[in-house]
Ligand binder design. Structure first.
Ligand SMILES: NC(=O)c1ccc[n+]([C@@H]2O[C@H](COP(=O)([O-])OP(=O)(O)OC[C@H]3O[C@@H](n4cnc5c(N)ncnc54)[C@H](OP(=O)(O)O)[C@@H]3O)[C@@H](O)[C@H]2O)c1
Length: 257
């Protein structure tokens, strides 16, 4: 039987690495994107010879009607949904007194409401199968307070709570629910920050470098594999050890001499 995945934000950044890893393993993937058709087309070209089939879908992963369409199209094409990767999110920085109501609504809609609705939408299929893997995207900012991230950090904290609660509700159906919590992974989302403050930020990371999208994809593939079948309700950091201890640069400097 060929497994089927939905990956939101699946044509760029971390989501693209997850899509590519699934396709390499022979998994059929519906990769959802918001508007960047050029990245979706590039992925289609590069994946033409992959073991799994790729369907790119333009859709708003925070919109209920689009979410229904994502699941309908996936099931119409391949008949099932085994893996849901709620990866898409927006990350915008704003201090509390700069934040508008629209800003807050949009962040909650895309980063929290969308993953919850999409999880609901795949449930009838996963329950019927008595099998499913849901993997959500949190962030290090979901559990370590990050100044200027009330909205983003708040939505990621909410995703972490949803992950634990959904794991408890869905375990009896053979469905696991986990989350990855990246530190700083080199993607479009972090490009400006890395350019402006990368030399300072990297000194907070014991592994001594920013992460690559493939570092997250490896975890997702593991969680979806048979080896991950007894892991659920976990928030797993992919962050090079960031924020586990104060002053990691002391060890970084020592190792570099
Ligand atoms: N990069 C990091 O260091 C980092 C750190 C912590 C957490 N994370 C989390 O990891 C996930 C992926 O991050 P990333 O760095 O790969 O992000 P990214 O490079 O900004 O890519 C985001 C992807 O999400 C899609 N997307 C955004 N809003 C959408 C919507 N409403 N509907 C459908 N698709 C939507 C985008 O579509 P288009 O291509 O059409 O624009 C794009 O494919 C996010 O949840 C992020 O919060 C990342």
């Amino acid at each position: 039987m060929t497994r089927v995945a939905i990956v939101t934000g699946g044509t760029r950044g971390i989501g693209r690495a997850i899509t590519t890893a699934f396709l390499r393993d022979g998994v059929n993937v519906a990769a959802v994107y918001a508007s960047d058709r050029a990245s979706a087309s590039a992925l289609e070209r590069e994946s033409a010879a992959s073991a799994g089939e790729l369907l790119t879908l333009q859709a708003d992963a925070g919109d209920a009607a689009d979410i229904a369409r994502i699941v309908d199209k996936t099931v119409a094409r391949w008949g099932r949904v085994d893996y849901l990767i709620n990866n898409a999110a927006i990350s915008l920085f704003a201090f509390l007194d700069e934040m508008t109501e629209d800003f807050l609504d949009e962040m909650i809609r895309v980063n929290f409401k969308g993953p919850v609705l999409l999880t609901q939408a795949v449930l009838p299929h996963m329950k019927r199968q008595r099998f499913g893997r849901v993997v959500n995207a949190s962030s290090i900012s979901g559990h370590y307070a990050d100044v200027g991230q009330v909205a983003y950090g708040g939505t990621k904290a909410a995703i972490e709570m949803m992950t634990k609660l959904a794991a408890a509700e869905l375990g009896p159906y053979g469905i696991t629910v986990n989350a990855y919590a990246p530190g700083i992974i080199a993607t479009d989302m972090t490009r400006q920050m890395i350019e402006e403050r990368g030399d300072v930020q990297v000194r907070q990371i014991p592994m001594g470098s920013f992460g690559e999208p493939d570092d997250v994809a490896g975890l997702v593939i593991f969680l979806c594999s048979d080896a991950g079948k007894y892991i659920t309700g976990e928030i797993i950091g992919v962050d090079g050890g960031m924020l586990r201890a104060q002053n990691p640069f002391r060890a970084i400097d020592r190792a570099s001499t």
